[in-house]
Unconditional design. Sequence first.
Length: 265
Amino acid sequence: MSFARVKFYDEKKMVVTNILDAAVKTLDFDQKAYIKTKAQLMKVIETPGFEGLGLGEIVAITNKLISKVANHTGYVIVNSKIDMPQDDRLIDQLGIGTTPQALDASGSNKPGIIHHDPKELGQIGKNKLLQLVKLLPPLISKREMETYTKQIEVLRFGMSTGASSPRTTGDLEKNIVEQIVEAYLIDFDYLVRHQADAFYELVDMAGGESKKIDISDKLRKQLNKAESIGEFLSIRDLVKRHIDGVKQPDSEKDSWGSLMFWKKK
């Protein structure tokens, strides 16, 4: 379908991203779940028949899904005041509330109609991995990128085997992730030292007041837990968005805060 038909398409994407980012920074919500949950929410936005969903409805759907898939121990999930007459239909048709672990990479929890042979699927996976490697400089050098590209082309596509020398693309990706996380943590720790105020998130308390909490350890743990290049890029981009967001006017930051339906106990 043409995304031009989707009402407030760009704004909806931004709302989803901001709420999911906030969940990572405050709740126990890792990048694997983040990526799959975002794919499912984008499916809601882009599915024919739901083009007219308003921003308020997307906010409600996003918070509802987060409350089901993120560990929010220590937080109170506040019910949305937005009336969702289509809620049950969305749950039935799109699987809202399905845990991300049950979803495939496309965010769908239904069996696919199109079937690919293993060789074709392997090439699709390799092409995706090659695209991600191109996004890694300057954390890796141009020569390293060329070396990894050649290795991906000749290795068997598959999960990590744990071998010391890469036998599969999964083995290679594991090695790359370890390298880039180690390199990026130097930049991350520099940011935490020199922009310390940026790593405090203002969280609404259940009692009505607001409190600043340090999110640097949570973000660092997310980086160390990354198991794929996609997960690493996701948390790196989140950190960048967070740093950039600190520079926004307080009025804008307050408006994003009002989107989240959870409060700290």
